[in-house]
Design a protein around this ligand. Structure first.
Ligand code: GDP
Ligand code: MG
Ligand code: ZN
Length: 302
């Protein structure tokens, strides 16, 4: 036998040594095991991984993962790779928004080269003015934002359109409606599944696993309990300002090198914030994270 013909696919789910792999060219999912050879290299395939599979040497619907292609980005908790977008879900009051969490997730997007999408859900419950007030926090950042109600369906088409064609992770605090949104958008029940689902049920759930669910328009949305908290660990306090797009023009103008933008007199960022052109909540998040990261830096050898 010659070398196997390999087909490119994407892992949509993996549990207990079995992986469900979507083969876009064939429009099917197959159940795969990882080849012994590359398992010895200690690469653990995860949801979102682009892989090469040998799909034709075993039973129909089954195959072997030959190799994992290089990742564009990767998260450890939850374990997902190659996300294009992160849909950060928040609500005006039910539950009250955890603004620092949202600001951290926005920084995570910048760090991982992922497009953020702010999704304000439950607008059916909002009091007049609340949606505008929440939206205004992010206006200067330029981050895209959609307002929806999973209950009434308002805005859902716009959201689906924004997610189309991309692999997106769903993030946000508990209770904001992530699972409801997933169920509303997912077309999983309309898609043929591999043999895996059954096998995966039997697999051991040792870690919190992530699963990609198909969306209309060739998109995938990652269903995961992760991202309800996030640690900013790989950012230095001096570079934190690089992760707030609404600071950018002022960073050029700031007359102090290494300005913290916290206490320096005449700092352009502070002037802009005082003028109401940078949202207070965003500036406060910056100040808070700066303090935390600086503290960590100073304590690093303790
Ligand atoms: N009124 C209203 N309730 C919603 C909406 N979306 C979700 N919910 C409810 O909010 C609660 C939490 O939703 P869930 O999807 O479990 O949130 P998760 O923790 O983020 O996954 C559930 O009772 C949902 O029915 C919405 O747009 N409007
Ligand atoms: Mg949920
Ligand atoms: Zn400054």
């Amino acid at each position: 036998m010659g070398s196997p013909v390999l087909t490119e696919g994407m892992i949509v789910k993996g549990v207990g040594g079995f992986y469900e792999v979507w083969l876009p060219e064939r429009g099917i999912r197959i159940t795969c095991k990882a080849k012994g050879l590359f398992r010895r290299e200690k690469i653990v395939p995860i949801a979102g991984d682009r892989v090469l599979v040998d799909a034709d040497r075993s039973e129909p619907g089954q195959g072997f993962i030959d190799s994992v292609l290089s990742r564009r980005n990767v998260f450890v908790r939850p374990p997902v790779a190659n996300m294009d977008q992160m849909a950060i879900v928040l609500t005006t009051s039910m539950p009250p928004p955890d603004l620092p969490l949202i600001d951290k997730l926005l920084i995570a997007c910048e760090l991982h080269d992922i497009r953020p999408l702010l999704v304000i859900n439950k607008i059916d419950l909002a009091e007049p003015g609340q949606v505008e007030a929440l939206t205004s926090n992010y206006a200067a950042s330029g981050y895209p934002l959609v307002t929806i109600s999973c209950k009434t369906g308002e805005g859902m088409e716009t959201l689906a359109g924004t997610l189309a064609g991309s692999t997106a992770a769903l993030a946000g605090q508990s209770g904001v409606g992530k699972s409801t949104l997933l169920n509303a958008l997912s077309i999983a029940d309309r898609m043929e599944t591999g043999l895996l689902s059954e096998r995966i049920q039997r697999g051991k759930h040792t870690t919190r696993h992530a699963e990609l669910l198909p969306m209309p328009g060739n998109g995938w949305l990652c269903d995961t309990a992760g991202f309800s908290s996030y640690q900013l660990d790989s950012v230095g306090h001096e570079e934190l300002d690089q992760y707030f797009p609404e600071f950018f023009p002022e960073l050029e103008q700031c007359k102090y090198t290494g300005c913290s933008h916290l206490k320096e007199i005449g700092c352009a960022v502070q002037v802009k914030m005082e003028a109401g052109l940078i949202a207070r909540s965003r500036y406060d998040a910056y100040a808070r994270f700066y303090g935390e990261l600086k503290q960590r830096h100073e304590n690093r050898y303790k």
